[in-house]
Design a binder for this molecule. Structure first.
Ligand code: ATP
Length: 479
């Protein structure tokens, strides 16, 4: 697919997301706020499903991981200990001609250049770098811009009350490590998992929701015995890749980026990023790092509280090492939307087995006798709505009552949708567009033999099923 085609596809997806209530611009009525997004009714369901799938795989299905929900604002010393206050910066430059501000490393990369460093390890613009907006070469030297949002706690605004919105959820886990250890009957190796908002004052938010200033993270800190870091790191990379395929991101569209020794932070022994083929490039969904004892060690040093663990089996004391899989919920939601989104030309009537023609985004001309079918091919476990129920006709009370009974039964278990409006084909299309995997239609035959039509989104196949068998059939597919 050409770059233009990919762009057109992303635009078509963004327009669907707005129209059907997945993603809205924050504060749209006031012109929006760059880097912030709201999730509409379906987007909220989608994100909830992602978080539930992660929590289930990380916490509920395991005995060695427990959950935590820590505060967004932590004691400011946290960020001194973690290194964020000093080092959580991006190199920022200003174009003196057009006054626009950029992240220097990003725009160098886009121009095929590499940000250099001077003798004091300060970033230096390479010769040839020019402003991506106006082309001027009159650009300020890069300076460090700290990405943490600042706020004040309490009614006084001075340095003693200065605090930060967390730029990652991980530090709340390290800070509560001792309390969790004391209460949760866990033994090394064990993990603490957390899902929550994080905030970064990104210099250039971009690529739709990919780089935002407020986003959600799903982070696991897995504490291991020193010396076992490499095997646990490998284990977690494999586990996380399996999880992505479970939620519907195929292996073929995922990549691993293995950090070279010279790219690793000084305390880390290994790091692998999981990347996805977004329309705007292959980009990071998650980072999985073996961070040694850096985090617990620093909190021990800054708080004066021991973070040592006593191993009952080997009678040894040590500060555990940590392996950290850290994923972004919003980036995963965007990847799932990109993966699921298909536009195709189908014959005007809903013909089972008819081969759809994929839309060519360079030349989106409608073939004769065909209409556009937009479909989100979400894995059923991720789909915001699992099943839609339709009475064939809305002005036949018998059909409506019967269908309502089916709907009431199904929605006790799954997110279900009730739709009586318009021709049945149109109703199917509306559900295809939001990725609902199943449609149940109640027609006149239902009144005679208690069977309904069960339509499957991807194949558009319809089969007749006894009402009593619906829960079992659906649960086999949805879970
Ligand atoms: P990037 O290099 O893209 O800025 P990062 O390496 O700084 O990301 P981490 O600090 O490892 O990211 O954060 C873990 C995860 O949090 C990322 O893999 C990503 O999914 C998510 N994340 C980080 N920054 C953002 C952001 N600005 N918007 C949305 N998600 C983000």
């Amino acid at each position: 697919m050409s770059a233009q085609e990919k762009n057109n596809k992303l635009e078509a997806l963004a327009s669907l997301c707005k129209r059907r209530g997945f993603i809205f611009q924050t504060s749209e009525i006031y012109g929006g706020l760059n880097g912030f997004w709201d999730y509409g009714p379906l987007g909220a369901e989608l994100k909830r499903n992602i978080k539930d799938a992660w929590w289930k795989a990380m916490v509920h299905e395991r005995e060695d991981i427990v959950g935590l929900d820590s505060a967004i604002i932590q004691h400011p010393r946290t960020w001194e200990a973690s290194g964020h206050l000093e080092g959580f910066t991006d190199p920022m430059v200003d174009c003196k001609a057009c006054k626009k501000r950029f992240r220097a490393d990003q725009f160098c990369e886009e121009q095929g250049l590499k940000l250099e460093c001077d003798a004091n390890k300060k970033p230096l613009l390479p010769a040839g770098a020019k402003c991506p907006a106006c082309g001027s070469k009159d650009i300020t030297p890069p300076r460090a811009f700290n990405l943490m949002f600042k706020t004040y706690v309490g009614p006084q605004e001075d340095t003693s009350t200065l605090a930060f919105l967390r730029p990652e959820t991980a530090q709340g886990i390290f800070a509560q490590y001792n309390n969790v250890l004391a209460c949760a009957r866990v033994k090394v190796p064990f993990g603490i998992a957390q899902i929550g908002k994080a905030f970064r004052n990104e210099i250039n938010p971009r690529n739709y929701t990919f780089r935002s200033r407020e986003f959600e993270q799903m982070e696991l800190e897995f504490f291991v015995k020193p010396g076992t870091d490499a095997e646990w790191h490998e284990y977690w990379v494999a586990e996380r890749l399996k999880w992505y395929s479970r939620i519907g991101l195929p292996e073929g569209h995922l990549h691993r980026y293995v950090y070279g020794k010279d790219e690793l932070a000084h305390y880390a022994s290994a790091c692998v990023d999981v990347l996805y083929d977004f329309p705007f490039g292959t980009q990071e969904l998650e980072g999985i790092a073996a961070r040694g004892d850096f985090d617990l060690g620093r909190h021990q040093q800054f708080s004066g509280k021991s973070m040592e663990y006593f191993d009952q089996d080997t009678k040894e004391k040590f500060v555990p090492h940590v392996v950290e899989p850290s994923a972004g919920t919003d980036r995963i939601a965007l990847a799932l939307l990109c993966e699921a989104f298909h536009e195709e030309w189908v014959p005007t009537s809903d013909v089972a087995g008819a081969q759809p023609i994929p839309v060519d985004y360079d030349n989106p001309k409608q073939p004769q006798g065909h209409e556009l079918r937009t479909v989100l091919r979400f894995a059923p476990c991720i789909a915001p709505i699992k099943v839609a129920v339709f009475p064939l006709l809305k002005n036949k009370p018998d059909l409506v009552t019967k269908a309502r009974g089916v709907y009431d039964t199904l929605r006790k278990r799954w997110s279900a949708f009730w739709d009586v409006a318009g021709a049945i084909g149109r109703r199917y299309r509306r559900q295809d567009e939001i990725g609902t995997p199943f449609g149940v239609t109640v027609d006149f035959q239902t009144l005679e033999d208690d069977t309904v039509t069960l339509r499957e989104r991807d194949s558009m196949q319809q089969v007749r099923v006894k009402i009593g068998e619906l829960p079992e059939r659906l649960s086999a597919a949805i879970g």
